[in-house]
Design a protein around this ligand. Structure first.
Ligand code: IDC
Length: 511
């Protein structure tokens, strides 16, 4: 195998869908087996046809994606017949040339029919090469091919190799290995404390293959977008905790894992500052930091992204607790410097007349503190008026640092077209806007929901691939809580456990 595969961070995802049984000539909808290769890593998960089409559509990462799907199976003359339909998708801008696919097949396999390629079975190797009309796979293009194999025993796909531009991508025999690159590839300005090494080891122990983090790695800001490590636009679909001090029980791995089953790929950990029991107002700092650690660890082990949110609110001006903020962000950014999944939100909602100049001057002190430990982490900055005036921030954005985003928050019954226009304005001015908190009720976090406005917001968000976080993961008796108030579970959420608001968000995220 060509070694450049390992060094060039090439990537490929392969899906082999294998029918669980033979059901005559009709199509089977049985649960199937999926093999996914990420960088030099191959993982196996259970999957179905729907997942294959997701990979073929836009969810797959990497330079090339090959899907080989067992679309039909039957028996004929004592032989097992299986049809495979393949697609090679080129996600780069460059033309892919000289493609070749080899598939390991059982001795004695007969190729019954084939299309869109030259096929040859030699011993246990089926080789597929282009025909004259598909020798090249255009940048962002795809080609399809397919074949029917007759075998004595039921056949499950084994090793498959795709060769493209002279590089071999191999999959099929390395399962459930986590990519070291996804946790270790970030430069660590801190030089690597013991703590950090332990964190990384913990992460490496967990099987996060197939997770958002394994598939997308470190995120960055490119213009108005968030991109994954392969340069594809990426959308965080998150849930924010309520105040860590008040609802600590939801900060657990099982809870986040349960949310991930509904399409949630990120968690925001809300660390209130000034409210009673908050970090700067009587809260047990050690306990609160412990909860942040717990939340980050859980997300890391699940391969989810996580925002550490300095949740200013009644303290309107972030400069009030600036020194605490500096200490806090120094500590956390040191600890999590080796984690590609940690994002910092340095002031939730400046308000009470705090100007953009005041926020900016605060940001210009906090960002260097984080950057001293972590050169690349994504950082979100709150904007004036409870993080509504992204347009104002966009007039004189923070300069000199990469990976800076600006927060807009909405509560759909209160914040409508006027705020959406601000978002559009800010984007036109070229800054990246993140909806790091929102709900569909009133700004109080309670009151009636406005589905029409919520839909308008979600359209704006999805049309622009913006990231979005739902407030809040708790069963507090208020409209914005994602769980019903009588649900006491803190993990293992079933659909019925979600409140009206929660149900709306999981419906959106599941799309
Ligand atoms: C609200 C909570 C509520 C809590 C209050 C504390 O939902 O239970 O009593 O904070 O002050 C925000 C804030 C967020 C608010 C939320 C709803 O970021 O902390 O949470 N909201 O009012 N901005 C706009 C709305």
């Amino acid at each position: 195998m060509n070694k450049t595969f390992f060094t060039k961070v090439y990537i490929m995802t392969a899906v082999f869908v294998l029918m669980a049984g033979f059901t005559g000539c009709g199509k089977s909808k049985d649960t199937t087996k999926t093999v996914t290769a990420v960088e030099n890593v191959i993982a196996v998960t259970e999957s179905d046809t729907e997942e294959v089409s997701k990979l073929q559509d836009k969810e797959a990462v990497g330079d090339y994606v090959i899907t080989l799907q067992n679309t039909n199976s039957w028996e004929s003359g004592g032989l097992k017949c299986a049809q495979f339909d393949g697609i090679i998708k080129n996600q780069t801008d460059e033309t892919g040339k000289d493609w070749k696919v080899t598939v390991t097949v059982p001795e004695g396999t007969v190729l019954e029919s084939s299309w869109n390629g030259n096929y040859e079975v030699n011993g246990t190797v089926l080789t597929i090469t282009p025909v004259d009309y598909n020798t090249e796979v255009e940048g962002k293009g795809e080609i399809s091919f397919g074949f029917i194999l007759d075998t004595k025993e039921e056949y499950t796909l084994q090793e498959v190799v795709l060769t493209m531009n002279g590089v071999d991508y191999v999959m099929g025999d390395m399962y459930n290995v986590m990519s070291e690159k996804t946790t270790n590839n970030k430069e660590n300005g801190n030089g690597g404390s013991d703590e950090k090494v332990t964190e990384e080891k913990d992460a490496a122990k967990a099987d996060i293959s197939g997770s958002p983090l394994a598939n997308h790695g470190a995120l960055s800001v490119k213009g108005t977008d968030i991109e994954d490590k392969y340069g594809n636009v990426y959308q965080l679909k998150g849930v924010s905790t309520h105040g860590l001090a008040w609802f600590p029980d939801y900060v657990n791995k099982a809870a986040f894992s349960s949310l991930s089953e509904y399409g949630v790929n990120a968690i925001r950990l809300a660390m209130y500052t000034a409210e009673s029991g908050g970090y700067c107002n009587g809260g047990d700092k050690q306990q609160l930091e412990g909860l942040v650690d717990q939340g980050v660890k859980a997300c890391t082990e699940l391969g989810m992204y996580v925002i550490v949110d300095w949740h200013i609110l009644s303290d309107g001006d972030p400069n009030i607790y600036k020194e605490d903020a500096k200490d806090f962000f120094d500590k956390v950014s040191k600890k999590y410097a080796g984690n590609d999944n940690v994002i910092y939100e340095i002031c939730n909602e400046p308000c009470n007349g705090t100007t953009w100049e005041q926020i900016k001057s605060y940001a210009e002190e906090i960002i260097p503190v984080i950057r001293a430990n972590d050169k690349e982490a994504m950082i979100s900055v709150g904007t004036p008026n409870w993080s509504q005036d992204v347009d104002i921030a966009s007039e004189t954005p923070i300069t000199g640092y990469d990976n800076i985003m600006y927060a807009v928050h909405f509560y759909a019954s209160t914040h409508k077209a006027e705020i959406r226009n601000k978002v559009e304005k800010a984007r036109e001015n070229g800054i990246a806007v993140i909806v790091s908190e929102c709900s569909i009720c009133e700004a109080s976090g309670n009151g009636s929901v406005n589905y029409d406005e919520a839909a308008e917001w979600m359209k704006l968000i999805n049309d622009n691939n913006m990231s979005v976080f739902a407030w809040n993961l708790s069963n507090k008796d208020e409209q914005s809580s994602l769980l019903k108030s009588y649900v006491t579970k803190t993990s293992g959420f079933s659909k019925e456990d979600f409140s009206e608001t929660g149900s709306w968000f999981i419906e959106q995220y599941g799309k």
